[in-house]
Design a protein around this ligand. Structure first.
Ligand code: ADP
Length: 162
């Protein structure tokens, strides 16, 4: 039988427990999940693409059917390269819906086979986003309940050189 591959694209700046919750759920349903950092050079980021990829790899070590990658350009071109039509995204609240629907519809317009599958995280991660983590980190607040320990360390190291 053909293996079902799903691509989970995002900024992951940095990876949070919310992202990991979505990856865990997706990895139970799809044969392979490719978590892919979107390279968007015009946007200002806290961590570089290689740093974000490395943090994801550490967080996902030992997960046999999950791999980490990065991509530049249109998601639909990346899907074709990965020989799949499935996109995984997370939905925290209704507020995510409008934006996610817009992207999903646009991807389907560009590549009609695209199927976007939405996962709902555990309730405790509903209000968690990378931008909230970055804001708390900026004021040197405690992010240990929001991101894995190695990301807490990376944030502390980043703050100490500022
Ligand atoms: P963010 O900066 O909002 O965390 P990303 O671009 O890294 O954004 O997010 C990639 C995908 O992961 C999006 O579909 C986003 O809705 C989803 N996501 C981000 N955080 C969470 C969370 N806490 N729970 C569920 N899905 C999430």
């Amino acid at each position: 039988m053909k293996k079902k591959i799903a691509v989970y694209p995002g900024s992951f700046d940095p990876v949070t427990f919310g992202h990991l919750d979505i990856i865990e759920r997706a990895s139970k349903i799809f044969d392979q999940v490719v978590v892919s950092v979107f390279v968007h050079s015009a946007k200002k980021h806290m961590f570089s693409v290689p740093e974000r990829v490395a943090m994801l790899k550490t967080a996902l070590k030992g997960k046999k059917n999950v791999s980490v990658d990065c991509f530049e350009g249109l998601l639909v071109d990346y899907l074709k390269k990965k020989k799949t039509n499935v996109v995984v995204r997370g939905l925290r609240a209704i507020s995510d819906l409008e934006y996610e629907f817009q992207i999903a519809a646009m991807n389907r317009t560009l590549y009609s086979h695209t199927e976007t599958v939405f996962f709902m995280p555990s309730q405790r991660y509903t209000y968690l986003s990378s931008s909230v983590v970055r804001d708390i980190a900026h004021f040197k607040g405690d992010v240990s309940k929001l991101v894995p320990p190695h990301v807490v360390k990376a944030i502390a190291a980043r703050n100490s050189v500022k």
